[in-house]
Ligand binder design. Structure first.
Ligand code: NDP
Length: 287
C-alpha cells in the first residue's frame, strides 16, 4: 500500500490589511507547476499588536516561512534569530525562513530589483543611480545598489519626508562606500548628467491613480539609461511609457515583484520556479 502523507507545508503572508495581497496567486501557481501538491500559501490578517502571537503560532504550526508586509516589516525584527546583512542595513524584513524554530529574516524587496537589473544586463558596479522616494522600497533598493558597488546614489524625495531621506543617506554613508546626494523634491526634478539608472521607488502611479507619474524632466534621462518602476499594478505605468518612448531599457514593478516571490520560493523549498508562469498568473489576477 502507498504511504499516505496529508500534512501541509505552510507558508504565507502576515499583513494588515492583507485581503488585497496577490501573493497567494503567484505562489500557488508556482507550487502547482513545481508539483508541490501539499504546499499552501495563506493570506493572514495580523492586526498591529498581535505580531508576537502570530509568530508564536507560526512556530507552533511549523510554518516553513512567512512574508511580512505593511505594517509588520520593521517590528518583526525583534522576533527573529538571524537577520541577513542587507536586511539589517535596510532595517526591515519581508521574508522569514523557519528552520526547526530558528527564524532567519531576509529582505527580498531590493534583491528582486537586483535580479531585474541582472536580467536587463545592467552591472551596477561603478554606476550612478537616481532613486525617487525614500520609503521602504527605496531603502531596500539603495542598500542593495550600494552593496553591489554603485558609485553614486541621488535620493530625491518630497520635503515632508526629509527625515526619512536624511536617515537613509546616513545609513548609506556609515555602512557603504557609495557617494550619496540628497535632493529635496520641490519642483520638476532634472536628472544629473551621467546618471545610468533611474528608479521610481514612490507609490506614484499605483492603482487606482494609474494616470499619475513622477514629476521629473523625462528629457533629462540620459541615453542608454536603465529605468525601473516599483509599481506592480498596473505593470506598464506612465513613468515606464516615458522610458519606452525614448527607446530606453526598462522593467516593470510586476517583474520585480515576481523576482522577489521566486526568491522566497527558493528560500523555502530549495526549488527554482517558472517566473514567466508566475507573471502570467499575476497579470490575469490583476486584469
Ligand atoms: P512607503 O510608503 O514606505 O514609501 C512610499 C514613498 O513614496 C513615501 O515616501 C511617499 O511619501 C512617497 N510618495 C508618495 N506619493 C508621492 C508623491 N506624489 N510625490 C513624491 N513622493 C511620493 O511605501 P513602500 O516604499 O513600501 O512602497 C512604495 C511602492 O513600492 C508601493 O507602490 C509598493 O506597492 C511598491 N513596492 C513594490 C515592490 C515590488 O517588488 N515591485 C516591493 C515593495 C514595494 P509620503 O509618505 O509622504 O506619501
Amino acid at each position: 500500500m502507498q504511504e499516505q502523507n496529508y500534512l501541509d507545508n505552510l507558508v504565507g503572508v502576515f499583513g494588515h490589511p492583507a485581503a488585497e495581497n496577490p501573493g497567494v496567486i503567484i505562489q500557488e501557481a508556482a507550487f502547482l507547476d513545481l508539483g508541490l501538491k501539499r504546499w499552501r500559501f495563506l493570506t493572514i490578517d495580523v492586526e498591529p499588536g498581535r505580531l508576537g502571537d502570530a509568530i508564536l503560532g507560526l512556530k507552533a504550526m511549523k510554518f516553513r516561512g512567512i512574508n511580512c508586509t505593511i505594517p509588520h516589516k520593521i517590528e518583526v525584527l525583534k522576533y527573529i534569530d538571524k537577520v541577513a546583512p542587507s536586511a539589517k542595513l535596510i532595517g526591515a524584513v519581508n521574508t522569514i525562513i523557519n528552520d526547526d524554530g530558528v527564524l532567519t529574516g531576509e529582505n527580498t524587496d531590493g534583491q528582486g530589483f537586483m535580479i531585474a537589473l541582472k536580467d536587463a544586463g545592467v552591472e551596477p558596479k561603478g554606476k550612478s543611480a537616481v532613486v525617487l522616494g525614500s520609503g521602504g522600497a527605496a531603502r531596500a533598493i539603495c542598500v542593495e545598489l550600494a552593496l553591489a558597488g554603485a558609485s553614486r546614489l541621488t535620493i530625491v524625495n518630497i520635503p515632508k519626508d526629509i527625515a526619512l531621506g536624511e536617515g537613509l543617506v546616513n545609513i548609506l554613508k556609515q555602512n557603504t562606500k557609495v557617494a550619496v546626494d540628497y535632493v529635496p523634491w520641490v519642483d520638476t526634478f532634472k536628472l544629473p548628467a551621467g546618471s545610468d539608472i533611474l528608479v521610481n521607488a514612490t507609490s506614484i502611479g499605483l492603482y487606482p491613480n494609474v494616470d499619475d507619474k513622477p514629476n521629473i524632466d523625462y528629457d533629462s534621462i540620459g541615453e542608454g539609461s536603465y529605468v525601473q518602476d516599483v509599481i506592480p499594478n498596473p505593470s506598464f505605468t506612465p513613468f515606464l511609457r516615458e522610458a519606452d518612448k525614448r527607446g530606453l531599457r526598462w522593467q516593470s514593478g510586476a517583474r520585480m515583484l515576481i523576482n522577489q516571490a521566486a526568491l522566497n520560493i527558493t528560500m523555502w523549498t530549495g526549488l527554482k520556479p517558472n517566473k514567466d508562469l508566475m507573471l502570467k498568473a499575476l497579470e490575469k489576477a490583476l486584469s
